[in-house]
Design a protein around this ligand. Structure first.
Ligand code: 13P
Length: 238
């Protein structure tokens, strides 16, 4: 099966970009079920409709509650109804800027799974935590996956915070060590096998090497996914 290539537009691009973006993807690559674009939630309906057969739509966030007085939030079911098949949970920008803690993320993850969404659960250490990355990742995983019984719809994304948007890519060895460690913790504590994506300054010029690593089951791409040609070239690096 081909590796999973996921775009994270973050709070970028607009409705007006969707048609051209999808057109360019269709021109360059074949849809194989393993291409996902996580768009701002207001664009999910348009993107999922336009990209049918070429890419699946993912949400970048959802709330854990089914409904209620949570002004400004969207539930897992709402993003699913709007066309998302995937959702990102625990991105470092949410952990950092919105103070989302493991226990809170765990509720989101369980809510998203119960709605039938596939969850891309992001973990990663900050620069100052680099020497103790194992204890950071372990805590994120053990607390993040509490009460999860079925891992079939869970994908982990290893995104070292120091490599996000900085141009500093983790070395092959950093990636291999972290991915092996993540897989071993999930196996030891939950008895499950999960795919692990790498994210952090992935671009057309380094994608081939990163994707060639057997421990890497795919990539999560921020900046370089905003442009359809660049994203297509990453997809074609598989
Ligand atoms: P960059 O690819 O811009 O480093 O972002 C990575 C990321 O945060 C993807 O979720």
């Amino acid at each position: 099966m081909s590796k999973l290539i996921v775009a994270n537009w973050k709070m970028n691009n607009s409705f007006a970009d969707i048609q051209d973006y999808v057109k360019e993807l269709r021109r360059q690559v074949k849809g194989d079920g393993n291409i996902v674009v996580c768009v701002p939630s207001v664009m999910l309906k348009d993107f999922s409709t336009s990209a049918r057969g070429i890419a699946q739509a993912g949400a970048q966030n959802c709330h854990y509650a089914e409904k209620g007085a949570f002004t400004g939030e969207v539930s897992a079911k709402m993003v699913k109804d709007a066309g998302a098949t995937y959702v990102l949970v625990g991105h470092s920008e949410r952990r950092e800027n919105f103070n989302e803690k493991n226990e809170f993320l765990n509720k989101k993850l369980n809510s998203a799974l119960s709605c039938g969404l596939k969850v891309i659960f992001c973990v990663g250490e900050k620069l100052e935590e680099k020497t103790k990355y194992k204890s950071v990742l372990k805590k994120q995983i053990i607390e993040g996956f509490a009460h999860v019984k079925d891992f079939a719809n869970i994908i982990v994304a290893y995104e070292p915070v120091w490599a996000i948007g900085t141009g500093m890519v983790a070395t092959d060895l950093d990636i291999e060590r972290a991915h092996k460690f993540i897989k071993s913790v999930v196996k030891e504590y939950f008895g499950a096998v999960v795919p692990v994506l790498y994210g952090g300054s992935v671009k057309p010029s380094n994608a081939k090497e990163i994707l060639a690593n057997p421990e890497v089951d795919g990539v999560l791409v921020g900046g370089a996914s905003l442009n359809a040609s660049d994203f297509a070239s990453i997809i074609l690096s598989r």
